[in-house]
Design a protein around this ligand. Structure first.
Ligand SMILES: Cc1cc2nc3c(=O)[nH]c(=O)nc-3n(C[C@H](O)[C@H](O)[C@H](O)COP(=O)(O)O)c2cc1C
Length: 262
């Protein structure tokens, strides 16, 4: 009699546990699906914030990131090999996914940024001023730091040489060491620096021990973080070079100077 009762209790316990598992699984799935749009919206807002920061518009934007972005920023898709602007859905473009797809990416000949593969297309951002003239061109960059790939943006003046900003957005470097790329004092060293020398070669670099006064191609390296600093130098030289935005810069420099790229 008591054996039958034990079996009944065991059966009920199993059913109870099963139901609880089902309910929990359903709750997790519902919240994952339900929160996805919010996560995507936050991701987009974060990207727009960084692009505004890279173009010097963040303070002006205040809390109206979306409105300011919509008013001043135009995204364009480019073919990195030819440097030309091409058609494409800039909202849906995902550099990380393209760079993993062998049909949409290329193995760099000189992979100094440590990418393994580089997406064949990129989305760049043209930022206007209040008068409607092109003010900043924001170029996404990615390259190896010490621990992992570091993602960010470079803001360039319309001469496509003078730096307005270098803004990192996603990195796993150590706080106080490599993550000092996020320090406003270090970021303040960038405006006015020149990416290219007279021959059009990307020569910008971080200098260990500090850049000499008047060195327009040198920026102080991060102290105690030589490996991250080298990563930043190589990332910038790669992306401003022939296998990055070099062709885009060559094709469009004159056009941009004349205000023709809209
Ligand atoms: C826990 C730990 C975290 C570190 N994080 C970084 C880092 O994020 N970036 C970096 O360049 N070096 C980092 N380093 C230091 C490097 O190992 C290396 O010593 C340093 O880059 C040398 O830079 P220095 O020549 O300027 O001293 C870290 C070291 C330790 C022990």
């Amino acid at each position: 009699m008591s054996d039958t009762k034990n079996k009944e209790t065991f059966g009920k316990t199993v059913i109870f546990v099963f139901i609880i598992c089902l309910v929990c699984a359903a709750l997790v799935s519902i919240s994952a699906v339900g929160l996805k749009p919010l996560q995507q919206a936050n991701k987009l807002l974060d990207k727009q914030t960084k692009i505004l920061e890279a173009s010097g518009l963040l303070e002006k934007a205040g809390s109206d990131i979306v409105g300011t972005y919509g008013k001043f920023v135009t995204a364009k898709m480019i073919d990195l090999k030819t440097g030309s602007i091409i058609d494409g859905n800039t909202d849906m473009f995902d550099e990380r996914s393209d760079s993993r797809d062998a049909n949409k990416s290329t193995k760099p000949e000189n992979d100094m940024a440590g990418l393994s593969r580089r997406a064949d297309r990129a989305v760049i951002y043209l930022v206007k001023n209040d008068a409607g003239q092109l003010d900043t061109i924001v170029l996404p960059i990615v390259g190896s730091g010490l621990w992992d790939l570091m993602y960010g943006f470079v803001g360039l003046a319309p001469d496509l040489n003078t730096v307005r900003s270098v803004v990192y957005s996603d990195l796993k470097e150590t706080p106080g060491l490599g993550a000092e790329v996020l320090n406003p004092k270090w970021k303040a060293l960038w405006p006015g620096k020149k990416m290219y020398n007279e021959q059009g070669e990307p020569v910008i670099k971080l200098v260990k021990g500090g850049a000499k006064k008047g060195d327009v191609h040198g920026v102080d390296a991060l102290s105690g973080a030589t490996l991250t600093s080298n990563g930043v130098t190589k990332t910038l030289q790669f992306w401003l070079g022939d296998e990055g935005y070099g062709p885009f810069v060559k094709v469009n420099r004159e056009q941009i100077r004349n205000g023709g790229l809209n």
